[in-house]
Write a protein that binds this ligand. Structure first.
Ligand code: AP5
Ligand code: MG
Length: 224
């Protein structure tokens, strides 16, 4: 079976994490979400967390060299030999170049970039209502995906919190950073024929169905 090396790309709040949870269930791929990795590092007060915290709190990107090292170690791990699902990386053109070079040196290539689109107003609505569980980061929305017990995670019972970078002024800055530094990747991957677009304003299960169908077709094409 060919490798499935996938990237989830999209603005903050487009639903990358929401779809990743479903896709991991479908394909059993190791999942690396750089935001989750960095938040865990901040919580553990590791060196990485110490370096990343001030950038994250402002809604800025952490430096490319810092994040590239973190991701390459994971992509090179034996568990990712048959494929991986990256969420939130690459986010700049230099990061995309580092990933491309590293994969090429190992005779690997990207299967597809899954771009989940959502307009800025929708992002702002979603992130103001998002709540994440304290222990595992399971994601909810006060209006669109509420937990069964108000204020607590359905899966592990831990309290639901607002993410530090979901304050309205920080969300606006994250959007600006996306348009400025990450959007150029859309054109880059389109030129390489790797980009697949999905309408992130549809209901989560609908978006999921579209992504699954696309991946099933890609797998068939690769096997031909
Ligand atoms: P990161 O954690 O990656 O944040 P992000 O890209 O801003 O994206 P989010 O996690 O906020 O949104 P999402 O698309 O996952 O949406 P979700 O599924 O939760 O990065 C955080 C920070 O880390 C960065 O700012 C930066 O500092 C640093 N960082 C990370 N990677 C880096 C890199 N490569 N380089 C440098 N720095 C890096 O959904 C959002 C909400 O909407 C939820 O409440 C959900 O329930 C709801 N929802 C989801 N889908 C739908 C739908 N279809 N309809 C209605 N509601 C929906
Ligand atoms: Mg996320």
């Amino acid at each position: 079976m060919s490798q499935l090396n996938l990237i989830l790309l999209g603005p903050p709040g487009a639903g990358k994490g929401t779809q990743a949870e479903r896709l991991v269930g479908d394909f059993g791929l190791p999942y690396y979400a750089t935001g989750d990795i960095l938040r865990a590092a901040v919580k553990e007060e590791s060196d990485l967390g110490g370096e990343a915290k001030e950038f994250m709190d402002r809604g800025d990107l952490v430096p490319d060299d810092l994040i590239c090292k973190v991701v390459m170690e994971r992509v090179d791990a034996p568990e990712a030999a048959d494929g991986f699902l990256l969420d939130g990386f690459p986010r700049t053109v230099p990061q995309a170049e580092v990933l491309r070079g590293a994969l090429e040196r190992r005779s690997r290539h990207l299967t597809a970039i899954l771009l989940i689109g959502a307009p800025d107003e929708e992002v702002i609505r979603r992130l103001s209502g998002r709540r994440v569980c304290r222990d595992k980061g399971h994601v909810y929305h006060l209006q669109f995906d509420p937990p069964k017990n108000e204020g607590f995670c359905d899966q592990d019972g831990s309290p639901l919190l607002l993410r530090d970078d979901d304050a309205p002024e920080t969300v606006q800055h994250r959007l600006d950073v996306f348009h400025d530094q990450t959007k150029p990747l859309v054109e880059l991957y389109e030129k390489q024929g790797l980009l697949r677009r999905f309408d992130g304003t549809r209901a989560p299960d609908e978006v999921h169905g579209h992504i699954r169908a696309t991946l099933a077709t890609l797998r068939l094409e690769e096997e031909l």
